[in-house]
Design a protein. Sequence first.
Length: 231
Amino acid sequence: MGCSLTHRSREGSRLRGIFCAHAPVGARGGYNAQRQPRDLNTFAGTAMLYKIVHLIIDFAGTLLAGACLLRAWMQRQRVAMRNPLGQFVMTLTDWLIKPLRRLIPGYAGIDWASLVAALLVSLCAVLVLVSLRAASFDVGFPAVGSIIGMALTWLVKWAIYLAQALVLIGAVLSWVNPFSPLLPVVDALSGPLLRPIRRVLPMMGRLDLSPLVFLLGTQIALIVLQDVGLS
C-alpha cells in the first residue's frame, strides 16, 4: 500500500515536470511572455528618440557655437562686420556675447567673450544630452571632469565644421561666382587656414589643391574624435 502511494507520487511529480517543461513561458511562475518584447520595443523607441534629440542639439549647437567661433575668428582676422555674413553672425550671437563682454573683455586681439560663449553653448548641450541619457537608460551621471572634456571635444568638433564650411564655400565661390561680394570675406577667413598647406603644396597650373588637402585632414580628425568616443 505504501509502495503504491509512493509510486503514484513519483509518477505525478514526473508528469508535472514534463508539463512544465513543455508549457509556454507565461505559464511558468506567472512570468508574462509578452513582457520581454514590450521592454525591447520600449528601449528601441527610447534609443531612437535619444538619437533624434542628439541630432537636433548637435545641429543647434553647431549653428550657435559656430557663429560664436566665427565672430571670434572675424575679430582676430580684422574682418569688418559690414557684410551679410557679419550681420548674420551678430544677429545670431549678440544676445549671448554682449552681456559676456561686460565681464570678459578682449585681450591680445582675441575676442574672449565669443570663445567663452561658444564653450558655454557646448557645455549646455553636453549637460542636456547627459541628463537625458541618464534619465532614459538608467545610467550613472558622469563626473564633472568628463563633462568638461566632452564639452571641449564638442567645441573642437564644431570648430572643425566651421573651418570646413569656410574652405568649402570659398572653393565653390571661386569656381562658380568669382565676383561674388562674399568671396573676399570668405577668402580673408579661410586663407590663414590654407596658408600652411600652400607653403608645402604649390599650385599645379591654375589648380589649387590646398582646399582638398585641408578637407581631407580635417575629416580624418573628425573620424579620430568619433572613433575614440568623444563626439
